[in-house]
Design a protein around this ligand. Structure first.
Ligand SMILES: [Mn+2]
Length: 291
């Protein structure tokens, strides 16, 4: 029996990579390619999960690839509208959308598509080196890889005090700090997460998101240290390890209404280090959700 079904939705668009390097448009197909290697290890609906030291049920049919959004490379608004609609439609059909970008402007239509499909309050767990809280700038406009979380927080039923940003670091604008404090968003910077450890961090995340009716998890792959994920739009030092991120993500898997993974960039990758990691995040998330 399949407990929960997922829809892999590719968004091969990096037209809003207005800072940092473009190239994430190539991520969805690369992630798909590596996913095939992982599915290969399923026997009779079961897979040996070495980290748990047990054989666990997994039906590959739980992970549907519904193809790519019909992106319009020269038109950000049309691309976001098409992404939002495909996410809405998959969520409305009862599957959990796995939105694989693409630059991090896709965070917004991923959350908005879920918002369109469900009623009740929503929380976003945002893993990222960056805040993505830019309201507007002359260079980047109002929708870019720097504004996705800001736009998501404006959705009617997304409740800022039930949202949390995890793994953020280094420097940003003082006006962003005023915004965070003003709307009651919780920041769990990488330094704090790494010193508190996995268990205490998870306790804090669950405490913040618990009251929300629906949870969306959004991962910018640059939440990881560049040593673990070199293939990103911008390498931000001082981040999490891949093990640490997996340990934080997987306990959330059975609870989410949607998952987004953005900024994986095959053009800046070392071999396939980051795209293999991205495929692992997706695959382990789906297996964990079924347990
Ligand atoms: Mn980022």
């Amino acid at each position: 029996m399949i407990l929960k079904e997922f829809s892999f939705i590719g968004v091969p668009f990096d037209g809003a990579a207005t800072l940092g390097r473009p190239g994430s448009r190539y991520a969805p197909d690369e992630v798909r390619r590596h996913l095939e290697w992982m599915k290969m290890r399923v026997e009779d609906g079961r897979i040996y999960w070495i980290d748990r030291d047990e054989v666990v049920p997994f039906d590959p049919r739980a992970l549907h690839d519904v193809g790519d959004v019909a992106v319009v490379p020269h038109d950000l608004s049309a691309t976001m509208a098409a992404t939002r609609e495909m996410v809405r439609s998959e969520a409305a059909s009862g599957r959990v959308p796995l939105v694989i970008g693409g630059d991090d402007s896709i965070l917004f239509p991923a959350v908005a598509g879920i918002h369109d499909a469900v009623s009740g309050s929503m929380a976003v767990v945002h893993f990222d080196a960056h805040l993505d809280l830019l309201d507007h700038s002359d260079a980047q406009g109002s929708h870019s890889q720097s504004s996705g979380m800001r736009r998501a927080l404006e959705l009617e039923r997304v409740v800022p005090r039930h949202c949390v940003q995890v793994g953020t670091r280094n420097f940003n604008f003082p006006s962003s700090k005023r915004f965070i404090d003003g709307i009651g968003l919780t920041e769990l910077p990488a330094t704090r997460v790494l010193s508190d450890g996995v268990v205490a961090t998870l306790e804090r995340i669950f405490e913040i998101i618990e009251p929300a009716d629906h949870i969306v998890v959004s991962v910018d792959i640059d939440v990881l240290d560049p040593a673990f994920a070199p293939g990103v739009g911008w390498q931000e030092p001082g981040g999490l390890s891949s093990r640490f991120l997996l340990d934080l993500l997987l306990p959330l898997a059975s609870r989410v209404a949607g998952f987004a993974l953005n900024e994986v960039n095959p053009m800046t990758d070392q071999g396939s280090q980051t795209t293999i990691l991205a495929a692992n995040l997706v695959f382990q998330f789906v297996v964990a959700a079924g347990l």
